[in-house]
Write a protein that binds this ligand. Structure first.
Ligand code: GLY
Length: 286
């Protein structure tokens, strides 16, 4: 663990095209999420709790493609993926292609805490939820009216990387996946190393075209660039450049290293982010 770690947090609200008039509300949503996580860290809480809390805020905001407001698959249903990981212990939990769960990131956390398995998919995830008494909701309750009418524009994923005052790093990522996906399709977000990864050296959450992100194992690849000496900003850009070169795909990622330094990069038009670093001031970017 780093001596005198500098707590830090960054959240993303998904990489893709965002209409200019929608951007302020998306940035506000990211800001609210980052502040929710930051408050936990400021009160001495863990990076894991902070990352989970930040992602819950984004899942509950219908503007974002996660939880309530998730994009619809080819059958007009919401099917969601989420993962959470603690860098210090490499413990992780994930759910894939789940329906009727208001906050998939909370269920992913319960998978992690349970510890028997790391990733549950589809009906098995719901069986696990029932077994542990985790609440389920009507799958249609997660479909917002605006989504039915403008579902083709929905994209992205939400995510958070946080480092607490003890230098622990955690990552949480949650998504409704990609528009019009076939039922059962699983993206990068719940796949450890692909859309979500954390260890002692840093944490990464990705957003974008899952099929491309998976092929270069982007979250772990970005951390490997960090381990080879790149700073977080450079590591993020190198991972995106590799993605573009090897797959032609588009994506974005956020990263925090063991010193609490923050980086992010995208090759999409937009990726709203909110971050708080050593200065303690919130910054927004897109
Ligand atoms: N990056 C989210 C997905 O492809 O599902």
């Amino acid at each position: 663990m780093t001596p005198n770690p500098q707590p830090a947090i960054i959240v993303h609200g998904g990489a893709g095209r965002i209409r200019a008039e929608e951007l302020p509300r998306r940035l506000d949503g990211c800001k609210a999420a980052a502040l929710a996580g930051w408050e936990i860290i400021q009160q001495g809480g863990s990076a894991l709790d902070a990352a989970e809390a930040a992602v819950v805020v984004l899942e509950d905001n219908p503007l974002f493609n996660a939880g309530t407001g998730s994009t619809l698959n080819s059958l007009g249903q919401v099917e969601m993926d989420a993962a959470i990981m603690a860098g210090e212990t490499l413990r992780a939990g994930a759910v894939a292609a789940v329906q009727g769960i208001k906050n998939p990131i909370k269920l992913a956390r319960r998978v992690m805490e349970d510890g028997r398995h790391l990733l549950f998919a589809g009906e098995g995830a719901l069986l696990f939820a029932r077994e542990i008494g985790f609440p389920q909701c009507d799958p249609d309750a997660l479909i917002v009216e605006a989504e039915r009418t403008r579902w083709q524009e929905k994209h992205g994923t939400v995510g958070c990387v946080a480092m607490d005052a003890d230098g622990r790093i955690a990552v949480a990522t949650s998504t409704g996946g990609i528009f019009n996906k076939l039922p059962g399709r699983v993206g990068d977000s719940p796949l450890i190393g692909c859309g979500t990864y954390a260890d002692d050296d840093g944490g990464v959450s990705c957003t974008g075209q899952g099929e491309a992100v998976i092929r270069i194992v982007m979250a772990k690849t970005a951390l490997d660039f960090l381990k080879e000496g790149a700073n977080p900003e450079a590591a993020a850009h190198q991972a995106i450049a590799l993605l573009a070169q090897k797959t032609g795909g588009t994506a974005g990622l956020i990263i925090i290293d063991r010193q609490g330094k923050i980086g992010y990069a995208r090759n999409t038009e937009r990726m709203p982010v909110a971050l708080i670093g050593s200065a303690g001031e919130i910054q927004l970017d897109s």
